[in-house]
Ligand binder design. Structure first.
Ligand SMILES: [Zn+2]
Length: 414
């Protein structure tokens, strides 16, 4: 377990290495900007691939030391305390304390994330620990704390025979102080000391126990930017067509570096599966030629969508291109899974036909069928509506369609 906080420069260097490895890149591939890599690291909900950053991993591990420290009856805790003091003095421990404080002060982790759970009250400081609500009571009720006889007292010291007992330095008669006392008494009505040890709760985890994974995700979610490309999966393609579970397993590719199941020749990276694999390359060539675009080398999905965005065709053509690109990724991914699971639902030879069909259905579902014409689509997808005049479009649409879908039931599942 790491007791050391990675310096920012080192973290960046390491992330750059990860990024290069992730994209299956070599020295010659174009450099991925730090910010874009951060997008990849982010969670699925934020449009990333949930890889998690090294910084958050490191901080979560450091946080775990903090968690173990507060649990403190182990020998090492008393040694650290006696040598360095609680704040750590000048030691690795000070860096741990520093890193944790920074997470608090930047609002990444709530002060109260690590809070006391009351047992017998023998370890919890009544006024200075977080145990009732979000803040220490001395901050919530400064006037009362000022009148307390022993501000370092434990909770157990103020609990006696089933009730709360106060020890004030002077009698509280009225005004703001009395109002504070009344409020505090009210909050304490439901609170009892019980016959078990005081414990700690890590509020970020459902079970209250510290988890590196949960903490890491939490930090990443607060720190990493909202990403872009993965959310695009949901923009055009009807959601119900998408097996979210399968999309989620996308991350699995990068975690296990195994040979590509489709060709068995190279490592299975994002770039390879969706672009450079010979099976996929042949497919892209056919798709480009169908769209009437000169073939190009396809990289990862992100750069592909960037290319669509930056292409100089008009809005509708761009939407068609985008839909077709989605369809390619969609079917390549399904095909790849078929190969992995040996289910053989899709054959390699059918991929191109499936892509033409599903992109037609997706596109014209969204366009409310204006200009839908299957034959035109097969011949020249980017110019389908300009070729089918609005007048005869309705007629044609009823007569022809892929797999008999042209008649209207575009919602049908493939
Ligand atoms: Zn391959």
């Amino acid at each position: 377990m790491s007791l050391f906080v990675i310096p920012v420069v080192v973290a960046k260097e390491l992330e750059a290495l990860r990024a290069r490895f992730f994209w299956g890149g070599t020295e010659s591939t174009r450099k991925i900007a730090w910010v874009k890599w951060a997008n990849v690291l982010a969670s699925m909900e934020k449009g990333g691939l949930n890889l998690g950053s090294l910084v958050s991993f490191n901080l979560a591990l450091v946080m775990k030391w903090r968690w173990r420290f507060v649990h403190g009856d182990q020998l090492w805790v008393s040694i650290i305390r006696s040598i360095y003091g609680v704040q750590g003095g000048c030691s690795p421990w000070a860096r741990v304390v520093g890193a944790v404080s920074k997470l608090y002060s930047k609002g990444v982790v709530d002060h109260n994330a690590l809070r006391r759970k009351l047992g017998d009250g023998k370890q919890i400081h009544f006024w200075s620990d977080c145990w009732l609500g979000r803040l220490p009571l001395k901050i919530e009720y400064p006037r009362l704390a000022a009148l307390e006889e022993d501000v370092d007292c434990r909770v157990a010291d103020r609990w006696s025979r089933g009730g709360w007992r106060w020890h004030w330095r002077q009698h509280i008669t009225g005004g703001v102080t009395a109002a504070q006392l009344e409020e505090l008494n009210h909050r304490l009505l439901e609170v009892n000391c019980v016959d078990e040890r005081d414990t700690w709760v890590w509020d970020l985890a459902d079970d209250g126990l510290f988890s590196v994974a949960v903490t890491r995700n939490w930090i990443d979610d607060k720190v990493l930017p909202v990403g872009g490309h993965n959310t695009r999966w949901f923009k055009i393609v009807p959601r119900k067509h998408l097996p979210t579970r399968e999309l989620l397993t996308l991350r699995g590719i990068f975690i296990h570096t195994v040979a590509c199941p489709m060709c068995g020749l190279e490592d299975e990276t994002l770039m390879h599966v969706f672009g450079r694999c010979e099976v996929v390359e042949v497919l892209w060539r056919r798709v480009f030629s169908w769209m009437g675009i000169s073939p190009m080398l396809v990289g990862n999905p992100h750069s592909m969508f960037e290319w669509v965005d930056n292409s100089s065709v008009n809005g509708n053509k761009k939407k068609v291109m985008e839909t077709i690109v989605y369809a390619v990724y969609w079917y390549v991914w399904r095909y790849r899974n078929d190969v992995v699971h040996e289910s053989e639902q899709i054959r390699k030879s059918e991929l191109f036909d499936f892509i033409r069909e599903v992109s037609y259905v997706w596109f014209f579902n969204r366009q409310k069928k204006v200009g839908a014409n299957w034959i035109n689509w097969l011949e020249d997808p980017l110019n389908t509506w300009s070729r089918s005049g609005i007048k005869d479009q309705k007629l044609k649409q009823e007569k022809v369609g892929p797999l008999g879908l042209g008649g209207g039931s575009g919602e049908k599942e493939f």
